[in-house]
Design a protein around this ligand. Structure first.
Ligand SMILES: *Cc1c(COP(=O)(O)O)cnc(C)c1O
Length: 370
C-alpha cells in the first residue's frame, strides 16, 4: 500500500530545536509541571503574537475554561458561541453550568456572522461572554465582532486554536479579544503532543488563571485553598517541545500556504469546487486546505476515494447546534454552517507532504470528475 498521507501530523524541526529544550529539562531534572521552559514558552509565544501575558496549559480546552472563569461565567449565564466549530469550544461552557447560545457563520468568512450576533443580542440582552472561532486558520470578521461586543460591553474570547500565525489586518488572531486561546494538540500547526495557551493583555488576569490552574494554592507554607482548583498547568518537558516548535511556526505557515495554493491551482477548475474564502484583510495560516463541493461529486466521494489510497481527508466540523448533546440549546442564524458542513471537505494538509504527494492527491481527486 502507498505511504499514508495525513490530514495534519506532528512535524518537528529539522534542526532539532525541540529535543534540545527537552534535553535541557532532563539534564536539569526539571521534569515537572512549571519550570524554565514553561516560563520561556509563555514569554516567547506572547512576544510572537503581541500579547502582554500568557499562561501555558495542559490543553486548549483548559485554556478556554480558564478564560470563561476569568470573565466571570458561572451557572445559568448565557454565552454566545460560534456553532461551526469543534466541540472543545463549547464544552467548557457546560463545565461551568452556563448556557450556550449558538451563532451561525457566514460564507464570507466561514466564521461567526456579525449580523447573527447582533440578532442574538436583541434576543438575549444579558450575555456573559462571546466565543468566536478562527476555523482552519481563517480569521473571523474581527472589526465588526469586536465592535458589537464593545457596544454591548461583553468580553470577547477568541478560540484561535487553529489560527496561530494568522493575521487579521496585520495583527495576529488571538489578540483582539479579552482573551485568546491556542492549542498545541498533535494535529495543530505546531504541536507539543498536547497543550494550550491562554493570552491576554491583562497580566493580572493571567496571573489569576495560573493560580486556578495549579489547584488554587494560596500563598502559605501549608496547603491552603480559598477557591476551587484545577490541574491545568503545562509541564516543563512539554513546554520544551513548544519552544522548539515556535521557532519553525513561520516555516510551517509558508508550507501550509504552498499546499493551499497548489490545490487551488490544480482543482479550482473542477465543476462545483469552491475553495475556502481568503479575504483581503486576512493573512491565514492555512492550517487545513478546505473546499466546498456544489456539484455531482460529494465530500464523501472524495473522502472514500482518498481513504482507499491511504490518504486522510475529513468533513468540515459538524455545527454544535446539530450535535445530539447540544440540541436543547438555542441557535441564532440561518443554515450557512449546515451548508458548510454538508458540502465542505478538508484536504490533506500535512507540512511534510512533497510535491509528489500533492500531485498524487490531486490526480486521485480529479479522477472523480472524469
Ligand atoms: C483543537 C481545538 C480546540 C481544543 O484544543 P485541545 O488542545 O485539543 O484541547 C479548541 N477549539 C478548536 C476550534 C480546535 O480546533
Amino acid at each position: 500500500m502507498a505511504e499514508k498521507i495525513w490530514l495534519a501530523s506532528p512535524h518537528m524541526s529539522d534542526e532539532g530545536y525541540e529535543i534540545q529544550y527537552v534535553q535541557e529539562a532532563f539534564d536539569t531534572n526539571w521534569v515537572a509541571p512549571l519550570g524554565p521552559n514553561v516560563t520561556g514558552f509563555e514569554n516567547e509565544l506572547a512576544a510572537k503574537v503581541g500579547a502582554k501575558a500568557a499562561s501555558a496549559t495542559t490543553t486548549g480546552t483548559a485554556a478556554i475554561h480558564l478564560a470563561l472563569k476569568s470573565v466571570g461565567v458561572t451557572e445559568g449565564d448565557i454565552v454566545f458561541c460560534q456553532s461551526l466549530t469543534f466541540s472543545a469550544t463549547a464544552n467548557p461552557i457546560i463545565y461551568e453550568k452556563a448556557i450556550p447560545v449558538f451563532i451561525d457563520s457566514n460564507f464570507e468568512t466561514w466564521n461567526m456572522n456579525p449580523d447573527a450576533l447582533e440578532t442574538a443580542f436583541k434576543k438575549y440582552p444579558n450575555v456573559k461572554a462571546v466565543i468566536v472561532v478562527h476555523l482552519y486558520g481563517l480569521s473571523a470578521d474581527l472589526d465588526r465582532i469586536v465592535e458589537i461586543c464593545k457596544k454591548h460591553n461583553v468580553p470577547l474570547i477568541e478560540d484561535a486554536a487553529e489560527s496561530l500565525g494568522t493575521y487579521y489586518k496585520g495583527k495576529y488572531t488571538g489578540t483582539f479579544g479579552e482573551f485568546g486561546i491556542f492549542s498545541f494538540n498533535g494535529n495543530k500547526i505546531i504541536t507539543t503532543s498536547g497543550g494550550g495557551m491562554l493570552v491576554s493583555d491583562d497580566e493580572k488576569k493571567i496571573i489569576k488563571t495560573r493560580y486556578w490552574a495549579t489547584q488554587s494554592r494560596d500563598q502559605a507554607r501549608h496547603y491552603q485553598h480559598s477557591e476551587l482548583g484545577f490541574n491545568y498547568r503545562m509541564s516543563n518537558v512539554v513546554a520544551g517541545i513548544g519552544r522548539g516548535q515556535l521557532k519553525v511556526l513561520d516555516q510551517r505557515v509558508d508550507k501550509k500556504k504552498y499546499i493551499f495554493e497548489y490545490y487551488k491551482r490544480a482543482l479550482s477548475e473542477l465543476e462545483g469546487v469552491q475553495f475556502m474564502p481568503i479575504n483581503e484583510w486576512n493573512e491565514p495560516n492555512y492550517w487545513l486546505s478546505c473546499m466546498m463541493l456544489g456539484g455531482k461529486v460529494r465530500p464523501l466521494d472524495v473522502m472514500i476515494r482518498l481513504e482507499k489510497e491511504n490518504i486522510e481527508a475529513r468533513p468540515v466540523w459538524k455545527p454544535m447546534h446539530m450535535q445530539p448533546f447540544f440540541e436543547e440549546f438555542d441557535y441564532i442564524g440561518e443554515n450557512v454552517s449546515e451548508i458548510l458542513f454538508e458540502n465542505g471537505v478538508c484536504l490533506p494538509s500535512d507540512t511534510k507532504m512533497t510535491d509528489e504527494d500533492l500531485d498524487r492527491v490531486c490526480k486521485i481527486i480529479k479522477g472523480l470528475w472524469q
